[in-house]
Design a protein around this ligand. Sequence first.
Ligand code: COA
Length: 144
Amino acid sequence: MSELFSIRDARADDMGLIDAYAQAEGMDVMPGPERIRVAVNDDDVAVGFCRLQDDEGGIAYVNPIVTYAPWRGYGVGRALIEDARTIAGELRLVSRGTSEGFYRKLGFEPMPWNEVDLKAASEDCDNCPYRADCGPVPMRLRNK
Ligand SMILES: CC(C)(COP(=O)(O)OP(=O)(O)OC[C@H]1O[C@@H](n2cnc3c(N)ncnc32)[C@H](O)[C@@H]1OP(=O)(O)O)[C@@H](O)C(=O)NCCC(=O)NCCS
């Protein structure tokens, strides 16, 4: 792992920053620190986070992952996904079109819409007015 940051479980006192990072991306606030891992800088301040949510079959969905904008491009997102994979095995998600390249770089591949649990992914793409602009893509990273 990079020495710029490390990854640990989220705590209640991280939630202010985590929710601010989520809301800056137009996402909802998180229900709490459960199943959130945070990347923290040397001062133990969150610079990115990844939350997992299981579908009914126990497959983990990344929901969501965000790197604080000034920290993008330093490997935080990759490290959070590698950490999530170590914890959960196969990962699934619905990617925004703008993030598809990030996930492909990490080995994710597109998967059929009918195999996605939209509840676990917390996406309602069928009823979303921004679907055409967003260009959502269901993706998975299979177990090694
Ligand atoms: C997507 C996101 C989490 C990536 O985080 P990051 O910390 O910048 O990612 P990394 O620095 O670990 O990048 C890993 C690799 O992916 C590449 N990459 C990152 N974002 C990319 C993108 N949007 N498109 C294509 N490639 C991308 C990087 O160049 C890097 O490649 P390299 O290893 O060859 O240098 C971050 O851009 C973000 O928070 N975006 C806003 C929230 C969001 O859209 N989340 C995903 C919802 S589906």
